[in-house]
Design a protein around this ligand. Sequence first.
Ligand SMILES: [Zn+2]
Ligand SMILES: [Zn+2]
Length: 446
Amino acid sequence: MSESVRQMLVRGVAAARTGQARDKEEARFYLEWVLRSEDAESDQKTTAWLWLSEVEDDPKKKRDCLENVLAFDPANGPARRGLALLDGRLKAEDVIDPNQPIAPVTPNVAPSPAGVRRYACPKCGGRMSYDATKRSLTCEYCGNHLFEYQAIQQGALISEQDFSATLPTAKAYRWELPTARVLKCEACGATFALPPLQVSGACPFCGSNHVVTATTGELIQPEAVLPFQFNAEAALKFIRTWIEHQKHRPDDLDKRAAIAKPRGVYLPVWTFDLGGTMNWRALIGEQHGKQTVWVPRNEVYLVYHDDLLVPATHSVSQDLLNEVMDYDTKALVPYSTDLLADYAAEIYQIPLADASLVARQRALKIGQAHVQNATLAGENYKDFFMNTSGMIIESYKLVLLPLWITAYRYKQESFAVAVNGQSGMVAGQVPRSGLQKALAGLLGDN
Ligand SMILES: [Zn+2]
Ligand SMILES: [Zn+2]
């Protein structure tokens, strides 16, 4: 590395860092010197372009600088944020101070009647819920259909949200404190509470469906919903079949398991689209007679994920969730509260920023597994390392996904079960048979 380039860069950055108008000329002089130098390395040029963008006042020149940063380093966070500001996708007043803690949101505990919608049949007053097969709100009693939702759906697009423009704002870090909302039933006049984090539910006295439509604006709103594809009875059948097919279950489990009626829940889930690259390196062992020679290998792995799903809730066990997360997001439709009637819809607790780290981790694991199991399959290698700095989260959205949850009892014990409301895939806890228990005891695994 050239010592003079390093020194010029240090001086340029120091002058730019002061933020004073009188230091700008000095900063520009040193930084441009670095950019002209043939000895400058690409990360030094990236740094020079980034700081030059700070001292430029002309938006066009600022943009050129930032685009040059991204040409060297497409995943550069500050440059992506700078461009979002220049484009107006991100407003300067929304950018958070990283030293200020962000408080969770407390919802309006008693939403006004205007912020709550009751779903009742205009013909007979019966409960209305969304019927996925008919694509309409349907009355449970008289079968009346309301095609309200279809009208909203036509021409409505599900948009991906700009991640680099949201991450620097408080919205990316906020979540809702678990708080019960108290509603006054529009049908029978009773007052009832929804469980914490829930924005929809039925009045326990008269059964009419209510959905809270008022939103705080402090949280990110759902963009899309994947409607339930089958009802609670069908979910029960999936569970019975699943119990019958368990290999190591007690013999009488299918006859004795008492399954409670499944409850339909719309789970908040983040989707992420990722791109960019991950660089990996490893030492490959080459056999020369009896001697192993370790040869370094460096390669680039291309990242591409469309709708990587990260649950935004703690209310269902992560183990169960991970097993049933095989949703096909092509079936998503634009968000409408009409779709939530008769189901329990939840508000997210895991903020976008935290979920994005989970998404990056998952993409890294997928990349590592791919390189190790495919590219390096059959090779003798060691010191494998993969670098995520070139990986970019392009976009995100918040969606609600359908899940049936319940539990069954067997010999005084309760076992949780979840059913994917789209595919019918089941995950759950299973009691071990006597033989299994004995084997586990022998192996010291309790
Ligand atoms: Zn009706
Ligand atoms: Zn009521």
